[in-house]
Design a protein around this ligand. Sequence first.
Ligand SMILES: Cc1ncc(COP(=O)(O)O)c(C=O)c1O
Length: 376
Amino acid sequence: MNIQMVDLHSQYLDIKHEIDTALQEVLNTTAFIRGPEVSAFEAELSHYLDGSSVLGVANGTDALQIALMALHIGPGDEVISPSFTFVATAEAVGLLGATPVFADVLPDTFNMDPAQLEALITPRTKAIVPVHLFGQCANMTEIKAIADKHGLPIVEDTAQAIGSTWQGQAAGTIGDIGTLSFFPSKNLGCYGDGGAIVSRRPELFEQCRLISNHGSRKKYHNEVVGVNSRLDSMQAAILRVKLSHLDSYTEARVLAANRYDALFSDSSDLVTPFRDPRGSHVFHQYTLRVKGNDPEKRDALQAYLATKGIPSFVYYPVPLHLLPIYKDNPDSCICGPLSNTLCAANEVLSLPIHTHLTQSEQEFIAGHCNAFFSSL
Ligand SMILES: Cc1ncc(COP(=O)(O)O)c(C=O)c1O
């Protein structure tokens, strides 16, 4: 059995004809940068995201940076995000000279704890960046209520959650700006780097567009200091094909998650992913908790699985506030109490999940997980 964390090759083979034809078309037209494929993809993704405006950019990290630039985040400002996330969430904050403020996550969803968010707001706070981690929305009702109360904009880091919803609304379209990543392993992944900015606020959206293209609307008439961050036409062509399959890809992921849940239903050592009934989970990751707040136990399970040829990953072993970039520079960030974050980093283990995972592969994986605990 050749089990992979993510099987991009089988997925490609299923849509090979569509992808190859789309790429050949770009080669024929040679419209490589901001060509018709990019505009068509932006329009199709806008339709998918209930009419929000969509701007293709070079990657999800740039999307966050451009969003914060459009909000004029700079030195002296504070931006609140979770510590339990990928480093990109907070990277742009520091790059722009502002200070990341790290909030704790809730133990069930691994998403930002709204109660702590409010306690961290100061006169310097200029934005809130919730992350929809592993494919499930943060509690946007409470986060938005707090943001509105304090007059703060929300940038939703939706890199891992395209297609998920919160109370019927698409992830990324609830706050002021949403950011997406099309990194190959993402639920909607291209074959290189790619990202997008989503917004329902025309003035902010136009500002993002301006910044993403060297700060210029008219060539050689640069109005603000911007960046060069554009989605290229090859990636847009691939994304158009894959967007048309995204709902079936999501269904396959949810089916796989349901199977895992059933296979682990008798385990007293593992906690399967919580699904908030107010939203929908698109299972970018299927992340278990190994009970006990003991990283050695979790690592032992991971090592055991590896001996059986089963890959697994710890997203994330080191919360952002403990990374050397922040820990070794005490003035570089501000932290709330982060006990749930620390416990999550000690307990989480993500199992293979992708659109082509089979029932027998999952039985094999779960069988070995359960066998590991029986042998203790
Ligand atoms: C939560 C989160 N934010 C931002 C990013 C950055 O996206 P990209 O890799 O496209 O720059 C990622 C990608 O891994 C992510 O998982």
